[in-house]
Design a protein around this ligand. Structure first.
Ligand code: FES
Length: 331
């Protein structure tokens, strides 16, 4: 949590430069009459930029007058947002992230470098080059630890590369913004490890997902159709079995009488929990066979003798030579 107070030493006055004044009037004109206070943040920011990146009390009052706002309302805005510096800062103002991910990745070491080279927070080096402040997460946690210097981020810091960075800034040498190691943006160190298939970038994969979905859908439909056919066959078999049980075929000729239904078939007897053929019927069938074979041949019925016509009918494969003369043809 930062303490937000106006600096003890303040300039006597503040006014926009002609260029900044013209710009400020353009910003104010964007808002409808009576809503000029909506321009307070851009105007305070421009005032801070003009005044070496800090907001003196005269600048806050100047903006209040331009926007017809009570001073206290403008002061509320300036003290609420930590992007407004209320005291002088170095030419290179370092905002150092001290939140958990950066702490876990070595922010303590970076703080130590700042303390050793610059001094305490809210302190500007005698040459006016550096000051630093610990702030909350700056949203670059994947490149922790990191600092913001003026408007740029410097990430993946170590004591070595941070010291080198401060040396370069102090000497006026060009510096590299972003990650201070060989890493590109927030990619893994050593290069990307995912999405490396070149087909992802040459257009050949366009629509592949659709083809795959269509194939899977067709497979699912075929499986459902096969399951339906099996189910239908089972239902048909069941219906046929039920029909057969309800209307069984006659078990033997003696059960059949014209216009009546068979009621004593093996199926009926099994359905009623009885034997398909009763013991008595089996015995009777066995006796009949026995008595038939034991009967003297003189008592057995004589086989009928066939005349010429009936012998043809009984044996139609004997050929045309034995076919009786066609009476119709003769006549
Ligand atoms: S924790 Fe340091 S940038 Fe988020």
């Amino acid at each position: 949590m930062s303490v937000r107070r106006l600096a003890a030493e303040q300039p006597a006055s503040f006014a926009f430069t002609p260029d900044n004044l013209a710009w400020a009037q353009g910003v104010i004109a964007k808002y409808p009459e009576g809503r000029q206070a909506s321009a307070v943040i851009p105007l305070l920011w421009r005032a801070q930029e003009q005044n070496d990146y800090w907001l003196p009390k005269p600048a806050i009052e100047y903006v209040g007058r331009m926007l017809d706002m009570p001073y206290i309302r403008v002061l509320e805005v300036a003290t609420f947002y930590t992007m407004f510096n209320l005291e002088p800062v170095g030419k290179y103002f370092i905002q150092l992230c001290g939140t958990t991910p950066c702490r876990l990745r070595g922010a303590e070491d970076i703080i130590k470098v700042c303390q050793d080279r610059i001094g305490g927070q809210h302190h500007v080096t005698p040459d006016g080059l550096f000051s630093w402040l610990e702030v909350e997460c700056l949203g670059a946690c994947c490149n922790a630890p990191m600092v913001q210097i003026n408007n740029d981020y410097y990430e993946d810091l170590t004591t070595e590369n941070f010291n080198r960075l401060l040396d370069d800034l102090a000497a006026g040498r060009p510096v590299k913004k972003g990650p201070q190691n060989a890493r590109h943006a927030s990619e893994p160190e050593g290069g990307v490890t995912t999405l490396t298939d070149p087909a992802l970038y040459d257009g050949s994969a366009v629509g592949a997902w659709r083809k795959r979905f269509q194939e899977e859908e067709a497979k699912a439909k075929a499986a459902a159709s096969e399951a339906g056919a099996t189910e239908k066959k089972a239902a048909d078999d069941k219906a046929i079995a039920a029909e057969a049980a309800a209307n069984p075929k006659p078990g033997k000729p003696s059960d059949m009488t014209a216009g009546t239904k068979a009621t004593d078939t093996p199926a009926h007897r099994v359905a009623a929990g009885k034997e398909a053929v009763s013991a008595a019927d089996r015995a009777k069938a066995g006796d009949a066979t026995k008595s038939s074979s034991d009967e003297p041949s003189s008592k057995r019925p004589k086989a009928p003798t066939l005349d010429k016509a009936s012998s043809y009918a009984a044996n139609p494969n004997q050929g045309e030579a034995k076919k009786p003369a066609d009476d119709t043809a003769k006549g």
